[in-house]
Design a protein around this ligand. Structure first.
Ligand code: BGC
Length: 260
């Protein structure tokens, strides 16, 4: 330890159904204490979510480090710019400022898939991999993270590529499989089209597949007919919390180094 100012970062995964948080041990890439989950309120406006964060953090009175938060939308310099699957009031919200003000903590928001990407590259399925890794999360939407030689290119938003004249996530997300009651084979067929499209555009070295359905990877990954290696995510439902905390720790360190 370098001194009292070195404290564990805290990660919060803000999802459509639950908001989960825990302090994170960055050496181990896991939770430093048991995580707490609170049901996501509706509507999930920034003000109501901020109240939940205050409650969540109150469960960890010893935690004082920077706080990372995932948001399922485009995030540039703390400001949310899209809301495909969340309340429209997020668009234009300076989420870093709103949450910092509400919690009194140093808060840094990050796109949810980017957080998962950071976590998988640092601790998970893409650990130590060089070249271009594309992490996709298959859930309500499709999230994506582009990581080249360990460096994230944020906000790639590859779930909104066009597939058969539609938003790709509308056809190929896990929610499409559930909504249309698709067999694994039928869904794998759509995923093949989707990943082939990504191959054509990016020639990646590795795909990592995250999202809750990655626990069923054995049912559908072997059915994909693509050229690129494709593997399931390893951190599963920890990726958001761990990646958000990692991002916050790095952002706080960068600010300190810049003298802010
Ligand atoms: C959003 C992305 C998000 C993804 C997964 C998409 O609809 O545009 O920002 O990463 O869903 O939640």
């Amino acid at each position: 330890m370098l001194g009292v100012s070195v404290t564990l970062p805290f990660g919060i995964d803000f999802g459509g159904t639950g908001i989960k948080g825990a302090p994170v041990d960055l050496d181990a890439g896991g939770f430093a204490a048991e995580r707490v989950r609170i049901t996501t309120p509706r509507p999930s406006t920034p003000a109501r979510i901020a109240e939940v964060f205050v409650e969540l953090l109150s469960h960890f009175p010893d935690s004082t480090g920077p706080v990372g938060v995932t948001v399922p939308g485009v995030v540039r310099h703390g400001v949310v710019h899209s809301a495909a699957n969340i309340d429209d009031s997020w668009i234009g919200t300076d989420a870093d400022a709103v949450f910092t003000e509400a919690t009194g903590r140093d808060v840094h928001v990050v796109n949810d898939a980017d957080a998962a990407g950071l976590a998988e590259v640092r601790y998970g399925a893409a650990r130590g991999r060089r070249g271009l890794v594309i992490v996709t999360t298959l859930g309500t939407g499709i999230g994506s993270a582009l990581v080249y030689d360990g460096t994230l290119v944020p906000n790639s938003e590859l779930g909104h590529l066009e597939l058969h004249g539609q938003d790709a996530e509308h056809r190929a997300a896990n929610s499409a499989r559930q909504r249309e009651d698709l067999s694994w084979e039928k869904w794998a067929h759509r995923l093949t089209k989707y990943y082939r499209h990504l191959e054509t555009l990016f020639s990646p070295d590795l795909f990592v597949v995250g999202g809750g359905v990655s626990k069923d990877a054995a049912e559908f990954l072997p059915l994909l007919e693509i050229d690129t290696e494709i593997v399931p995510a390893v951190l599963r439902n920890k990726a958001g919390v761990v990646g958000a905390a990692l991002n916050a720790a790095e952002a706080a360190e960068a600010a300190r180094a810049a003298g802010h």
